[in-house]
Design a protein around this ligand. Sequence first.
Ligand code: PLP
Length: 398
Amino acid sequence: NSRLSPRMAVVGASPTAEISNKLRALAARGADVINLGEGELDFATPRHVCEAGIQAIRDGDTKYTAVSGTAALKAAIARKFERENGLRYAPSEIIAGTGAKQLIFNAFLATLGEGDEVIVPAPYWVSYPDMIRLAGAKPVIVPCHARDGWKLTPEALAAALTPRTRWVILNSPNNPTGAVYGRSELSALEEVLAGHDALVMADDIYEHIVHDGSFVAPAAAMPRLAGRVLTINGVSKGYSMTGWRLGYAGGPEWLIRAMDVLQSQSTSNPSTISQAATIAALDGDLSFLDGWKRTLLARREQVLSAIAAITGLSALPTPGAFYVFADCTGLFGRRTPAGTVLASDLDVAGYLLEEAHVGMVHGSAFGMPGHLRIAYAIDDGRLAEALSRVAAALGRLA
Ligand code: PLP
């Protein structure tokens, strides 16, 4: 449409939202669909967090606040960073926004222009490249490999850095692979980055969902890069608060100030109700997470053993988040009952959607063709049903 800005040519709808739309269309036709495509926990937001939100409404805490969040929220974020990550930020180095997504977008918009490059290790969260393009810059996709635990190696990083590199993205635990970077791996990347002036975006949004090993905040593990790491986090994943839309970031004051300016001219402060609930979440007890993680771990094992039993699919154990990233190249060349030969991850995902009414996101959406992302944060019984339908549908291939 000629009324649209040329800017719209560089951006596409989120593929995860597209899968959900297709599933909704199937469901509207009466199909019993199961969505393993959504990056969202099925648990309810903890009660004490909800109560704090309700109390905020009762107290009339329903008006504009400072664009970057209330002083009370920033103090809770600063306490969280110090207690859980060993990071010290002044209030002027902290901003809260409408989800981590908005903060990432604002950070790119505030810093990128024509000719700039951002290193995006693949597989990556679907939104990074489009956000980078919207800001006028170029995503430099650096493929990571299963043999390296899906992690960026110092060699690959060094080879991708150029004088135009403005940012390097590190997402640990990673969406979609669940890879978690350890302290020594981060130190090795720090060594490479110390010789360059690129900013580092540490997207720590899955920090609380780690099954094997433990989480280390990149900003804490890379002290030599002090002053040029932006730590992105939020309550969506760790507290099952995706709908509350509250993310936060800690980083250099000049950058936080610029993000604040952009926010002041676009969305303004995040919801006051969500801000109050987030204070309760960050200051509150985290013991509820033990039960969640036990449940998620059992589901991960359920998915991994189902995959191990299917010829043509394989996957590594995923240390963090709530995804399994399965290789489906072993199915290529097989023929569906309707006579189509499967030749790509998109074909396999499409076949499973049509034949099993199970939705998964194809790996190409994350920059890694030949794979499927299985989000297992759904009810155990439904997960078992989905996995047996997938096995049955794949069993019908010739
Ligand atoms: N970063 C990653 C890696 C994600 O997977 C997501 C959500 O899917 C986000 C950021 C955005 O989270 P929020 O709900 O806080 O916007």
